[in-house]
Design a protein around this ligand. Structure first.
Ligand SMILES: [Zn+2]
Ligand SMILES: [Zn+2]
Length: 287
């Protein structure tokens, strides 16, 4: 192990908000480590698939019926050593150092998948609803694709952050961007935000929901909001192709998320800091 990023999902696992599957369990699913041959690899949340279920066979391994989740169904990376499936360990480009690569391995890849699910094409007008760690990586990818990015987010600090990243427009939560969007990605666990994103779309546009849970899906006006071939899609997990393509792009555009280092002995402090939003950037454990 060289480094392991701390993800909010680790907290949900440690706190038992996700049903416990192993006890004891070593958490951690944003792993940077060296193989026995000295090559450096990254391991993410999707630690393996069965390769045989109907979803794997149709090329949708992110929807596998029997997935392995790193740091949840198998031990993860808060450790000196970890075991991972070779075909789910991604060679890391040299341009990404350990501390910057680790935080990319969950939020970064899934944010990238959200852009793919939304069907983003070069130069489009794209809305980001919510602006946390995943969105702050996604905006850099969108800018590399010459997209104009419109950010609606709650809280002055997130709005300032979006401005500092060079968003074309920044508004408050649920506020409508000044133009009709081609695509929108929502990050907040709120159905009202999904409806606000839907209301911002042009005909034929798409909303991708980057959230495992929504509080509820409110009733909305089909004639006005969904008619015109607008679409809503959820985003579930990731494929190996998403991981490889994203890591290549991250190296090319020098994506360097801020990281705060904790030692392995301080793993509980790292979790507490994530719980209290007290980390500057992402928490990374270095054994
Ligand atoms: Zn499968
Ligand atoms: Zn994660």
């Amino acid at each position: 192990m060289r480094a392991c990023g701390v993800c909010r999902t680790d907290l949900h696992i440690v706190d038992g908000e996700l049903p416990p599957l192993r006890d004891p369990l070593i958490p951690g699913h944003q792993i940077v480590g060296d193989l026995a041959d000295g090559s450096r690899v990254g391991v993410s949340w999707m630690g393996g698939v069965d390769g045989s279920c109907p979803y794997c066979r149709r090329g949708a391994e992110n929807l596998c019926d029997s997935p392995t989740f790193t740091g949840y169904t198998v031990d993860g990376g808060y450790a000196e050593y970890a075991v991972a499936r070779a075909d789910f360990a991604y060679p890391l480009p040299a341009a990404l150092d350990d501390l910057h690569a680790a935080p990319l391995l969950c939020a970064g890849i899934i944010g990238f998948r959200s852009l793919r699910v939304a069907g983003v094409e070069r130069g489009e007008n794209v809305g980001l609803f919510g602006f946390g760690s995943s969105a702050s990586l996604a905006i850099r990818v969108l800018q590399a694709w010459d997209c104009k990015v419109y950010v609606s987010t709650r809280g002055a600090s997130h709005q300032k952050l979006a401005e500092s990243y060079g968003a074309t427009w920044v508004g408050s939560e649920n506020e409508r961007p000044p133009i009709d969007l081609d695509r929108a990605i929502t990050f907040a666990p709120s159905g009202d935000v999904v409806v606000a994103a839907l209301a911002s779309l042009r005909k034929g546009g798409m909303v991708a929901i980057n959230a495992i849970h929504l509080d509820r899906m409110p009733q909305f006006d089909y004639d006005r909001l969904l008619w015109g071939e607008r679409q809503i899609r959820s985003v579930a997990n990731m494929t190996r192709a998403d991981a490889r393509d994203f890591l290549d792009l991250a190296a090319k555009i020098k994506l360097e998320p801020k990281a705060t280092v904790f030692t392995l002995d301080q793993a509980n402090d790292a979790l507490a800091a994530v719980r209290n939003d007290a980390v500057d950037g992402s928490a990374v454990i270095v054994p």
